[in-house]
Write a protein that binds this ligand. Structure first.
Ligand code: NAD
Length: 292
């Protein structure tokens, strides 16, 4: 059993950290939110006062943070993980960030004799609770093999995407598509509703056409169709993913037409004050405007 550290105990990170404890590993944790830390300590984890302290107590440190800047700061910043982790230690970076940040943070760690495995996750907070996340893994094969027992506590589907940063490349590719499909779904359904069609009729018809996509039978019935916008997957995080994807597409010479359109819808929801609500809120916003 390993000494594992965990930084970022939010909607996803808290249940993932709990599953590492349940897997029999010892766990040291840090989060800016003391309540989040207290909940994990109650379950048996040890609280640390900085990412450096987490690093010093651990062989593996998992990071599950909102944005690239938080990841860079927690790992390489002052009092960061890299100041405490022993040589040979491994950071398992599971947030949704861009592959460039992932690769540059990994390069810096490798210069210091440490390593980084990227393993962002697919699916939802429910799957984080049950330890059944989809893991998109990148990194050096030897480091991945060593990290595997920790990864297995959190996910049950593993995809090996390639060298350093390739897990993050896969995740950003997945998320720009999933999120823009979601925005397109809400826009089309709003038009249908305004024309006087019912949700039930539209679903029955589209089940048999090329418009059908899995969000009609997975995310939407669980949240949007029920009027539930509790987090979930916060709109601010979805916007961050799409923004990172648009920048990546444009840096590769790919025009980001659909991505930029999806981002405009998400940014409008943030301006309206819904950044912390689940992406299901987009559906109600359209309905509120329609008065249906
Ligand atoms: P969240 O906002 O619920 O949690 C983030 C946590 O990080 C919070 O507890 C916050 O206090 C903490 N934090 C922020 N900055 C910190 C810092 N500098 N040092 C220590 N702690 C810090 O986010 P989440 O929904 O758990 O998502 C985490 C990551 O996983 C994001 O990159 C997100 O895009 C990705 N993700 C989310 C989902 C989802 O459904 N929510 C699914 C897959 C991937």
């Amino acid at each position: 059993m390993a000494n594992v550290g965990f930084i970022g105990l939010g909607v996803m990170g808290a249940p993932m950290a709990l599953n590492i404890l349940k897997g029999g590993h010892s766990l040291s944790v840090f989060d800016l939110n003391p309540d989040a830390v207290a909940r994990l300590v109650e379950a048996g984890a040890t609280a640390c006062s900085s990412p450096r302290e987490v690093g010093a107590a651990s062989d593996f440190v998992v990071t599950m943070l909102p944005e690239p800047r938080h990841v860079r700061e927690a790992i390489l910043g002052k009092d960061g993980v890299a100041e405490g982790l022993r040589k040979g230690g491994i950071v398992i970076e599971m947030s949704t960030i861009d592959p460039k940040t992932s690769q540059s943070v990994g390069d810096e760690l490798r210069k210091r004799g440490m390593n980084l495995v990227d393993s962002p996750v697919g699916k939802t907070s429910e799957h984080a609770v049950t330890g059944t996340l989809t893991l998109m893994i990148g990194g050096e094969p030897e480091a991945i093999a060593r990290a595997e027992p920790v990864l297995d506590c959190m996910g049950n589907e593993k995809y090996y995407c390639g060298g350093p940063g390739m897990g993050h490349a896969m995740k950003i590719t997945n998320n720009v598509l999933a999120t823009t499909i979601m925005v397109a779904n809400t826009e089309a359904l709003a038009m249908g509703l305004k024309c006087g069609l019912t949700l039930e009729l539209m679903q029955s018809v589209m089940k048999n056409t090329m418009a059908w996509n899995s969000q009609f039978s997975t995310a939407m019935p669980k949240k949007g169709f029920l009027g539930d916008d509790s987090p979930g997957f916060a709109i601010r995080l979805a916007a961050k993913d799409v923004r990172l994807a648009c920048e990546l597409e444009e840096s590769l010479g790919i025009p980001s037409r659909i991505g930029r359109g999806g981002l405009a819808a998400l940014d409008a929801a943030i301006v309206a004050g819904y950044g912390d609500r689940d992406t299901a809120r987009l559906m109600f916003m359209l309905e509120e405007k329609l008065g249906v």
